[in-house]
Structure formats: structure tokens, C-alpha cells
Ligand binder design. Structure first.
Ligand code: ZN
Length: 269
């Protein structure tokens, strides 16, 4: 089996997880910038984090032959302080030139607050000005539907952004259609406790088809299973999916979306 982990917060995982992922057939990992489990106290915390995502972490992954890419932003959980967000957004352009940076993410909303909206719009503007792709986080609280609508409307209203260069992640049964109808890609995040289980993800794939969809494990600092993409592939096999159809979802789809960024290249063979 081969697969791509398109959304893994590897800085919060141990090196053994890299070994397990490579052993399971992982062809590359992409790491969106996110919360560290605590709020950073200043823009310098983000500077160090961006150095970690663009320098140290790719080297750690390379020890196991795994290409590592990343996305940069100030995440919605730390977006209440608009002044701090402005400082972080001003820091991002010089990091965008680094070879493993794919775009702006994971931006979005957490509590759907006014300040979070302001910071979301700041990032969308940055992506438009710098011609960058976008990866979006949708809220996990009861306001997911409202938050997803706000995000879709905010991005759609910026004519400079091509929807097929944007992925809206953490979709569930009540938000997937809305995202696909707007022309965006949609991501399903496989968690043991919340968001979307492997069985629910496969149900959605069977209901909505597998165009413009990817699966990811999040691999974050909370309870998560870094091998949930290959585990879901096994479950698809059990449900009589063909090897080709599984490969499309876990490998070819993320490859197609991510290859829109010229810097995204996988080693041959
Ligand atoms: Zn994430």
C-alpha cells in the first residue's frame, strides 16, 4: 500500500511514529501550522515554530526517507489577539520561499468570533497576494455548520482565489456537500473519539463519491492515531473496495491537489 498523510502535526509526535508511517507505506507527510497545546506568548514563538516546520522537522522526517511539507499561518485558536495575528502574518512571506512550504494553513475558525473572521480574511488576502494555496480548519464545536458557511462565504467572496486550490478540512456529514458544491476540495479527519471515524468516512465516500476528497489522521497533540489513513484503507478493502479505488482516495487524490503547488514533488520510485 502507498498513501499520503496530507495533514499531520508531526512536531507533537515521537520519532517512532515516523517509522510506523513509513513502514505502513507513507509516501510523504504535510504539516499545517497549528496550536501547540498552549498559546504562544509573542510573535517570536511563531518565528521559532516556522523554523521548526521548515528546517528541523523535514530533517527529522528525512532520516526515514519521508518527504515533509508544511503550511504556515497563525491558527484560529490563537487568533483572538488581532495585533499578534498581524505581526505573524507579516512574518510569513519570507518563509513562503522555503522549499517545503505549500501555502497558507490551517486557517479558519474555532469559535466563529469576530476577531477570528478578521484574521481569516487577513490570511485569505495574504494567499491571494502571494498566489498561495489554502488549507482550512473548520470548527469542531456545535457551530461547525455555521463556521463552515462563514468560511465558504468569506473565501468565495474573494474573486482572486480559485476554489480548486483550497481544501476545507474536517468536513462531516452535514458540511461535506456544502464544501464540494462551492468547488473546494474537502478533507475528512479520522479521529478515534471525535470528528470522523474510519467507518463514517467510508460511508461518506460511498455516498458522495471520491472526487475532490482526501483522508488525514491529524496526528496531533491530542488523542489521535497517526496510522488512521492506512487503517481506513484496510477497512475499505474489507468493504470490497478495489485496490485502485483505495489508491485514488489515499494517494492519487492528495497527490493531485498538492501537485498544484510547484514545490510539491515526490522522489521517483
Ligand atoms: Zn490540524
Amino acid at each position: 500500500m502507498r498513501y499520503i498523510e496530507p495533514h499531520g502535526h508531526m512536531v507533537s509526535r515521537v520519532t517512532d511514529d515516523y517509522i510506523d508511517m513509513v513502514t505502513a507505506g507513507c509516501a510523504c507527510v504535510c504539516e499545517p501550522a497549528f496550536w501547540a497545546g498552549y498559546d504562544r506568548s509573542s510573535v517570536n514563538g511563531f518565528y521559532d515554530y516556522f523554523c521548526q516546520l521548515t528546517d528541523y522537522e523535514p530533517k527529522r522526517a528525512a532520516r526515514f526517507g519521508l518527504p515533509h511539507f508544511c503550511w504556515l499561518c497563525i491558527n484560529p485558536k490563537e487568533s483572538e489577539d488581532v495585533k499578534l495575528a498581524e505581526e505573524v502574518v507579516a512574518l510569513i512571506p519570507k518563509f513562503l520561499e522555503r522549499p517545503n512550504v505549500l501555502g497558507i494553513g490551517e486557517i479558519g475558525l474555532n469559535k466563529n468570533s469576530r476577531n477570528e473572521m478578521k484574521v481569516l480574511e487577513m490570511h485569505v488576502d495574504l494567499a491571494a497576494r502571494q498566489n498561495q494555496m489554502i488549507l482550512v480548519h473548520t470548527p469542531h464545536l456545535e457551530d461547525k455548520l455555521k463556521g463552515t458557511r462563514l468560511i465558504v462565504d468569506a473565501i468565495k467572496s474573494d474573486q482572486r482565489i480559485q476554489p480548486d486550490r483550497v481544501i476545507i478540512d474536517h468536513v462531516e456529514e452535514h458540511t461535506i456537500q456544502l464544501v464540494l458544491d462551492a468547488g473546494f476540495w474537502a478533507g475528512m479527519t479520522l479521529y478515534p473519539e471525535s470528528k470522523c471515524s474510519p467507518a463514517r468516512a467510508i460511508d461518506m465516500l460511498e455516498n458522495y463519491g471520491s472526487e475532490r476528497l482526501w483522508l488525514n489522521s491529524a496526528c496531533d497533540w491530542g488523542v489521535s492515531i497517526p496510522l488512521n489513513v492506512p487503517y481506513t484503507a484496510l477497512e475499505m478493502k474489507r468493504r470490497a473496495w478495489s485496490a485502485e479505488d483505495i489508491d485514488k482516495v489515499v494517494y492519487q487524490n492528495p497527490l493531485k491537489f498538492l501537485s498544484q503547488c510547484k514545490k510539491f514533488k515526490l522522489p521517483k520510485g
